[in-house]
Design a protein around this ligand. Structure first.
Ligand SMILES: O=C([O-])CC(=O)C(=O)O
Ligand SMILES: [Mg+2]
Length: 576
């Protein structure tokens, strides 16, 4: 079906195609006589691989998804490790940055601040109101680690939903990518004649909240069976709107909760390996976060809850965890701490790493945080005289490579002439910022500086490497392992809200999904090719957890045994 939508930015009428439809039967003579499906799959892969640039691959695949969605998802499932770096991080980051330049056709819903008061009519233009089950909603204010991209954030919603379809078998026409256009504070876009969004600065929080209240209410009315995933909102708004709506509507925040769950899962598996090697209990780990944004604080909260559920007091759990942000160590009494970390918004976006602290590193960080003016590299210092040219320069460093720079220096310092201390046989390092170019360190660096001992997982993918005759495999601690299964479980349970226990169930489900071979290879996360199987297992745990919490609205599932429930979940998955 083709319906006609007039996006608000467009002068003319544009067509939004709902995909995928049952393939129309082509009239005889309109297709080549020998169009064999198998051969055509090979042809598509050859066309894809013939492109030199990742962004061209992205554009090719986005075209394929539109005109032949069955082939797109079939190939995606068959070639998951090759497809995810293109349709998702890192290439989706570039696709966002270049969205206005490369724009070809509407693929989702845009709701603008100008629609305030009439959001209902915008939502009701969506062609498949009754089928809608999952929407990824971003306001483009903090896309990956790339900052405020405004309306150019749309591809992140599209990319996440492609993974829902491929990874959890959600029906394509049940997904709604949404980008809210509340302006952008990025001057480059405001000055760009091709920019597709509103040419105005972001509205203040009070106005945004009025808009969000209307948007959320109208979403619940237009799409009564919908689960919402908030994605890539700036840290303050990410926490604000999660708390504001989470008991009212079925929703979760992927950056806080999805990342929290995926990192907890990787931590559990890494800590098991590390504890087995050191003989120390899991509770002996000390965890240092570099960056205290939505993901950093989300992961810290997830770990806190895990530690306390496993017998630690809150105080003991808190003592295991240190957060360092752009201002240094986050601690009570530091002053001007914003709410989500009792705390302020970290200028350094993103968590960087989680690992048992090497004493030298701990000392370095403490001194760095306690005496920032002495030890902190200029890029991480807060400018003291607002308005100066220096401030602009410092801010720039801050954003561009400040945290990366510091992290590299820390690692290099550890490495200087020293062996990694035997008391920490297997350090855990998780550089989580996306896309790859913003990763705090490469796999190679972490391997080199720890003499191959590192337990590593990054947000974006790195290649395996050989070190002293042994193959080492990096993990990808990306929320893509969590949200498809978490979302599928929440949808099938028809849950009224997404509880912390459901998020934790998804994390434990993932941690327990390693096969014996994967464990033997020292992997922290399962192979991504098994995403459907993993998502089904996670969905089952999430449904059980929703039932325990009493937020499920699908009572028939309660009577099922685990194997019946798993079969039910699998039967609900769409297959290309
Ligand atoms: O999208 C990803 O790859 C992970 C994520 O949520 C982010 O970096 O914001
Ligand atoms: Mg995100």
């Amino acid at each position: 079906m083709t319906i006609v939508l007039t996006p608000y930015w467009s002068n003319g009428v544009q067509k939004l195609k709902m995909a995928p439809q049952p393939p129309p039967k082509p009239a005889h003579g309109l297709t080549p006589p020998m169009l064999d499906d198998e051969i055509h799959a090979q042809r598509c892969m050859a066309q894809l691989r013939s492109k030199d640039k990742d962004i061209e691959k992205y554009i090719y695949l986005s075209g394929l998804k539109e005109h032949d969605p069955h082939m797109f998802y079939r190939l995606c499932l068959a070639h998951m490790p090759e497809f995810t770096p293109i349709i998702y991080t890192p290439t989706v980051g570039q696709a966002c940055q270049e969205y206005s330049k490369n724009y070809r056709r509407p693929e989702g819903l845009f709701v603008s601040i100008k629609d305030k008061g009439k959001i209902r009519s915008v939502l009701r233009a969506w062609p498949k109101l009754d089928d809608a089950r999952i929407s990824v909603v971003t306001d483009g204010s903090r896309i990956l680690g790339l900052g405020d991209l405004g309306i150019n954030g749309m591809p992140i919603s599209i990319g996440k939903l492609s993974l829902y379809i491929a990874g959890a078998g959600i029906r394509p026409h049940s997904t709604i990518p949404i980008c809210l256009d509340l302006g952008t504070n990025t001057q480059k876009y405001l000055d760009d004649p091709l920019y597709l969004g509103l040419r105005k600065k972001r509205v203040p929080t009070a106005e945004m909240t009025e808009f969000m209240d209307e948007f959320m209410y109208e979403m619940s009315q237009a799409f009564p069976k919908l689960l919402i995933q908030f994605e890539d909102f700036s840290t303050d708004h990410a926490f604000l709107y999660l708390e504001r709506y989470r008991n009212q509507y079925p929703l979760f925040n992927d950056d806080i909760q999805g990342t929290g769950a995926v990192v907890l899962s990787g931590f559990i598996n890494a800590a098991r390996l590390s504890s087995a090697a050191s003989g120390r209990p899991l509770s002996s780990h000390r965890i240092l976060f570099f960056g205290a944004g939505s993901a950093g604080v989300g992961v810290a909260m997830q770990l806190m809850s895990f530690f306390t559920l496993n017998g630690m007091s809150e105080q003991e759990a808190r003592e295991r965890i240190w957060l360092v942000d752009s201002q240094g160590l986050v601690y009570a009494g530091r002053g001007e701490l914003a709410e989500h970390k009792e705390s302020n918004v970290s200028l350094v976006r993103r968590v960087v790493f989680v690992f048992p602290i090497y004493p030298l590193l701990a000392r370095f960080f403490l001194s760095l945080t306690l005496a920032p003016h002495r030890l902190c590299p200029p890029g991480l210092r807060r400018p003291s005289d607002p308005g100066s040219a220096r401030r602009a320069r410092v801010r720039q460093t801050h954003r561009a490579d400040g945290p990366v720079d510091v992290f590299r220096r820390v690692l290099a310092r550890c490495n200087r002439g020293a062996q990694w201390p035997p008391s920490i046989p297997l350090p855990i390092i998780f550089p989580l910022s996306n896309p790859v170019k913003l990763s705090e360190c490469t796999f190679e660096e972490a391997v080199k500086y720890t003499d191959g001992k590192v337990l590593f997982a990054s947000g974006s993918p790195f290649h395996e490497m050989e070190w002293k005759g042994k193959m080492l495999y990096p993990g990808q601690g990306n929320n893509m392992y969590i949200f498809p299964g978490l979302g599928l479980g929440a949808i099938l349970a028809r849950c009224s809200s997404v509880t912390d226990s459901m998020v934790e169930a998804s994390s434990l489900g993932l941690a327990n999904s390693l096969t014996p071979q994967e464990e033997a290879m020292g992997l922290l996360y399962p192979a991504i090719d098994r995403i459907r199987e993993i998502s089904a297992g996670i969905a089952m745990q999430v449904i059980r957890s929703a039932q325990d919490a009493g937020v499920d609205r699908h009572p028939e599932l309660r009577a099922m045994s685990d194997s019946e429930l798993l079969a039910f979940v699998n039967s609900k998955m769409w297959n290309p």
